[in-house]
Design a protein around this ligand. Structure first.
Ligand code: ZN
Length: 278
């Protein structure tokens, strides 16, 4: 019986496969090791995007090309990556209409597109703290501070909440530095950076500290007061500051860069954002 058992286990023909698997595991380990080393050294992912296999439908794609200018500014390869990420976001998250709003394809594509634009420089792009996107037709009453809101990120419910009319104005009017989509997605990204240890979160935390350090410098403080470039709401707290900074980064990159080059540069590094005109 024992002999029979041993002969079952001893299967020499399996050996090459076993070696293969061990070798593969070792190579993967080496690659991961090198990838982490690279990220620590250069503060950005070695590869931000490996596989492209998800596609948008023709209708979804035409919404991007006609309404989402950032997409049109990308290279061919970046467009495919962006498409994959938008499709991934739409398939992963639930979109729910509130107050009788029917969620249209246009809404889900444009909301996903704003989120994917903000996270486009990252390897980790899928917003693990968001499961559901709630959409109201207009500003909605929030029990958080008993007030009407244009948007909100609720980490407890893992929900991103928007007033559709304000979300639409946010991306349609591209030069007023108001973009509630970018603003709320940044809240979700920043909270994730605080609680996660992935490469993108570590880079986020590092450059966020650099930005905060800038804010302690007297000459920067004076310039913030003198120019009144950033709207006052930015200075409510650290989270609002980062969310407002992201709105300015996307809507007024040129002016932001010329007024506060260091803060702009750290924001660009924090997002690893080297696309289009940024
Ligand atoms: Zn906010």
């Amino acid at each position: 019986m024992l002999f029979f058992y041993l002969s079952e286990v001893y299967a020499p023909w399996l050996a090459p496969y076993a070696y293969g698997i061990v070798l593969l595991g070792f190579l993967l380990f080496l690659f991961r090791f090198f990838e982490n080393l690279y990220a620590a050294q250069f503060n950005k992912p070695l590869f931000r995007h490996y596989f492209i296999y998800k596609k948008l439908s023709a209708v979804q794609l035409s919404i991007l090309t006609t309404e989402f200018n950032f997409y049109n500014l990308l290279t061919k390869k970046q467009k495919q990556q962006f498409e994959h990420r938008v499709a991934h976001f739409i398939s992963e998250k639930r979109f729910i209409g509130r107050d009788n709003l029917i969620v249209t394809e246009r809404m889900s594509v444009l909301i996903a597109a704003v989120g994917c634009m903000l996270s486009f420089g990252r390897k980790n792009y899928s917003y693990s703290l968001i499961n559901v996107v709630l959409i109201y037709p207009d500003q909605f009453f929030s029990v958080i501070n008993n007030n009407y809101h244009k948007g909100e990120f609720n980490p407890k419910e893992k929900a991103l909440v928007f007033s559709w009319s304000d979300f639409e104005n946010g991306f349609k009017i591209t030069n007023d530095n108001l973009n509630v989509g970018i603003h709320e997605f940044m809240h979700a990204m920043q909270l994730e950076a605080k609680t996660s240890r992935d490469l993108d979160s570590l880079r986020f935390s590092k450059h966020f500290q650099n930005i905060l350090k800038q804010l302690t410098l007297q000459n920067v403080k004076d310039k913030i007061d003198k120019t009144a470039f950033f709207r006052a709401y930015a200075f409510s707290n650290q989270y609002e500051f980062m969310a407002v900074l992201a709105e300015y980064f996307f809507e007024s990159p040129t002016e932001f860069k010329s007024q506060f080059p260091k803060i702009y540069d750290y924001t660009k590094k924090l997002l690893n954002f080297n696309f289009a005109q940024y």
